[in-house]
Design a protein around this ligand. Sequence first.
Ligand code: ADP
Ligand code: 3PG
Ligand code: MG
Length: 383
Amino acid sequence: MRSIRDIPLFENIPILVRTALNVPIENGKVVNDYRLRRAVPTITFLSERGAKVILISHIGEKGTETLEPIARALGKLIPRVSFFSETIGERARGAVRNLAPGSVLVLENLRRDKGEVTNDRAFAKELAALADIFVQDSFDTCHRPHASIIGVPKLLPNYAGLLLEEEVEELSRSLTPKHPALAVIGGAKFSTKEAVLTALLKTYDHVFVGGALANDFLKASGHEVGKSLVSEANEENIKKILANPKLVVPIDSIVIPATNTEEMRMRTGARIANIGEIQPNEVILDHGPETSALLKSLAQKTKTILWNGPLGNYEHGFTDATDAFAHTVADSGARSVIGGGDTIAAIETLNLLPRFSFISTGGGAMLDLLAKGTLPGIDVLSY
Ligand code: ADP
Ligand code: 3PG
Ligand code: MG
């Protein structure tokens, strides 16, 4: 990948930046600007050199949402940000022409046009017509074969932004970790984690599975998991991974009776159960203190820790395992890399983020990069 540091000329050049402005919004307000703050260095680098910076991003999945409130939030972090309510076409090109050197224009949600997700060639051409240079900085979306990810870079001279460079460098380092190395994969849905588990078992010394993901492994090894969340995955595939001696699973859980969701919210009736003692009418929502202690002892002996996926149902208050492990990682002295939208959300309020070595802005993109070593949006950038 060529870096934005290699761009020969900046002054008054329109530069199209695919960035990640997809942050959570509630009632028209940005509730968490973490990704915006990570987008700033590339934008500032280009605007300080006098480029006309044109930002494109998606927000949400449906294509109905607007980037307008996000442009406003970005305007609180950096100067000279404006918003234009269209993405492509003559009026959008006009807005770009009118941009003063060094100013920043946010165009409307890419996914308002179906062509973004289908990687429509005409849509990619329209995007490319907005600028002279393309910069990819939306690492979190580089696993998706969309127009702004794999279409536009083929039509313009392209460069990697500072965030993308950092993500690739840090996560690539995690592919060849210093040993002993511990990987912790939680969250849910075996199908989204299978490839990364298989890859990590080749390079890491211990791979711990937690969260709802662990339920699949407990079930496959013949344990009762009651009414816990399990994936609709092929049990043979789970058993193949389970057979690897590097795999570590929880030894105790926090369970509640599966009678109603109110109990879940209140945590009433929650008890600690060893694996093997869980009842058919119970639900696992977190792992227990013995498992946290096991993870702590592994983490203390390790030089590298990689973590993706909450270790419990944190949205409903089952945060003990996740919080305990966050503290364990922060105190460990190991090189620590964490990522995943839910993972960051689950631990952000603990104020521990500055104590991790690297925080990835990617969820699916991080997992895919770790599983395959590259991503479609990276492969397409020229060397
Ligand atoms: P990330 O976004 O960090 O990659 P995932 O999307 O894979 O993480 O998983 C997050 C989800 O997993 C959360 O909604 C969390 O509640 C859920 N989860 C974790 N442990 C459990 C559990 N024991 N039971 C139910 N859901 C769980
Ligand atoms: C997307 O829409 O794909 C997101 O930007 C990537 O984040 P996620 O994989 O964690 O949802
Ligand atoms: Mg998630």
